[in-house]
Design a protein around this ligand. Structure first.
Ligand code: SF4
Ligand code: SF4
Length: 387
C-alpha cells in the first residue's frame, strides 16, 4: 500500500512589497507546488478570494496587500484563466473596501471584475452541521475554481485568522453575524468554519505574511514584519505552518483542532512537507497572539454566569480613541444589543456594554476602525488561559 501523500506547504521569504520581489516570490511558491498548470487550464473561470475585512489602507495590514493580489492574478491570467475576485466583508460594500485597500486599482489595471458576493444560493453544510444551511455567494458558484488569499493576522475570537477562517467570507452579507448567534462560543463557531471550508474548498491557499498583524487583530492590531508568503493546497497545513512561524501551539487553535477531528487536515508539523525555507529561520517567538482559547468547560451553559464573567475576556472601549461612529453598535448580533448607546444624552456619548447579554463574538472589536476596542482578560482568566 502506498503511504498517504503528505500535504505540502511552500514557505517563500519575501522581504517587502516591491512588485518585482513579490512577483518572483509568488512564482517561486507556485512552482514549488508543481507550477500554475496544476491549478488552472486555459479558459477556466478562476475566482480570487482575498481577505477584504474592512476598508483600511495596505500599510495597516488588515487586508491582503495589492501587490500580492496582483502577482497572483497575473500568474493565472498568463495561464489563460478568466480571473474575477470577491469577498463579503464584515460590514460595508466590497467595492469601497477594495478601493481603500488598493485592490480595485490593481484589479482595474488587469481588467479583473468584481464577482457577486452580495447575493447567493442556499446550500446545506456537510458533516455534523448538515442541518444548517448557508448562502453561498454567486461569485463562488459561477467560478470553476477558487484561490483563497488570506492575511497573516491575529483574531479576538479564534486566536488567528488564516487560510481556514478566510473562507468564512464566501457567505454573503448579514448571515455571517446571524451565525455568530447560533454558534456563539469559539468551539461551535470553529465547527461552523470547518463546515464552510468543506462546502467550497479552494484549489489553492496563499497567505500574505510579508507584513502581518499582531495583537488586537483582525483590524485593530499592529503591523509586524514577518517577510514570508505561504502556499498550499491544504488550508489546515498552511495554518499549522503559520502557527509554527509565531510559536503558537496549533492544538490551541480551535478551528484547527475541529478540522483535524473532522479528518480534513492535520496539525502535526511532522506530517507536513515543507518546501522552500525553514519556518524556524523566519519564526518570531514574541508575536503577540492569544496563546490559548477559553477552556471548553467554560462554554457550557451549566457553568454559572458569574464564574464565566470572572474569567472570560471582554471587549472594552478605549474612550480616548472612540470617534462615536457607531459601527460597533450596528455590528452587534444580539437582540437586544449587548452594545448600545446610553439612554441619557451627553455631549459625546460612548456606546455602553451590557455584558450580561454579550456572547463574546468580538464582532464589535473586529469592526472598529479606530482600534478603540480591545479585549480585556480578567485576572482570573489570565491564570486559566491566554498566557
Ligand atoms: S466602532 Fe470604535 S470608534 Fe466607532 S463607536 Fe464603536 S468604539 Fe467608537
Ligand atoms: S457586544 Fe461585541 S462581543 Fe458582545 S455580542 Fe455584541 S458584538 Fe459580540
Amino acid at each position: 500500500m502506498q503511504p498517504p501523500t503528505l500535504p505540502q506547504v511552500a514557505v517563500i521569504p519575501c522581504s517587502d512589497y516591491s512588485p518585482e520581489r513579490v512577483s518572483l516570490a509568488v512564482h517561486e511558491g507556485l512552482t514549488a507546488l508543481g507550477g500554475i498548470g496544476r491549478f488552472t487550464v486555459r479558459g477556466e473561470k478562476i475566482l480570487l478570494k482575498p481577505n477584504l475585512l474592512a476598508g483600511d489602507p495596505p500599510e495597516r495590514a488588515v487586508t491582503v496587500h495589492p501587490e500580492v493580489f496582483g502577482a497572483v492574478a497575473r500568474e493565472f491570467q498568463a495561464a489563460g484563466a478568466k480571473v474575477t475576485y470577491g469577498d463579503s466583508p464584515a460590514r460595508g460594500r466590497t467595492e469601497r473596501i477594495a478601493q481603500v485597500a488598493g485592490i480595485s486599482a490593481v484589479a482595474d489595471a488587469l481588467d479583473i471584475s468584481l464577482a457577486d458576493f452580495r447575493h447567493g444560493e442556499i446550500r446545506s453544510l456537510e458533516g455534523p452541521l448538515s442541518h444548517q444551511t448557508v448562502r453561498l455567494a454567486n461569485g463562488v458558484l459561477a467560478a470553476d475554481g477558487m484561490i483563497g488569499i488570506s492575511k497573516m493576522k491575529t483574531h479576538g475570537l479564534t486566536g488567528i485568522t488564516g487560510a481556514v477562517k478566510n473562507q468564512y467570507g464566501i457567505i454573503p452579507g448579514l448571515q455571517k453575524s446571524e451565525l455568530h448567534l447560533r454558534y456563539p462560543d469559539v468551539y461551535r463557531f470553529s465547527e461552523l468554519l470547518v463546515a464552510v471550508l468543506r462546502l467550497a474548498p479552494p484549489r489553492l491557499y496563499i497567505m500574505d505574511g510579508i507584513t502581518a498583524m499582531e495583537g488586537n487583530g483582525p483590524r485593530g492590531g499592529t503591523a509586524r514584519h514577518m517577510g514570508v508568503l505561504l502556499f498550499s493546497t491544504d488550508a489546515v497545513a498552511l495554518d499549522t505552518v503559520f502557527c509554527r512561524l509565531i510559536h503558537l501551539n496549533p492544538e490551541h487553535v480551535p478551528f484547527l483542532e475541529a478540522a483535524h477531528k473532522a479528518g480534513i487536515g492535520n496539525m502535526r508539523l511532522d506530517r507536513i512537507r515543507i518546501l522552500g525555507a525553514d519556518p524556524d529561520e523566519l519564526a518570531c517567538k514574541d508575536f503577540l497572539v492569544p496563546r490559548r482559547p477559553p477552556p471548553r468547560f467554560l462554554t457550557s451553559t451549566y457553568v454559572p454566569r458569574f464564574l464565566r464573567e470572572w474569567v472570560t475576556p471582554r471587549p472594552v472601549i478605549d474612550s480616548s480613541r472612540c470617534r462615536n461612529c457607531g459601527a460597533c453598535v450596528a455590528q452587534c448580533p444580539v437582540t437586544p444589543r449587548a452594545l448600545d448607546w446610553p439612554d441619557e444624552d451627553g455631549p459625546k456619548p460612548l456606546p455602553v456594554y451590557h455584558y450580561e447579554r454579550c456572547i463574546r463574538c468580538y464582532c464589535c472589536q473586529e469592526i472598529c476602525p479606530e482600534k478603540a476596542i480591545y479585549i480585556h482578560v480578567p485576572p482570573m482568566g489570565r491564570i486559566l488561559y491566554r498566557k
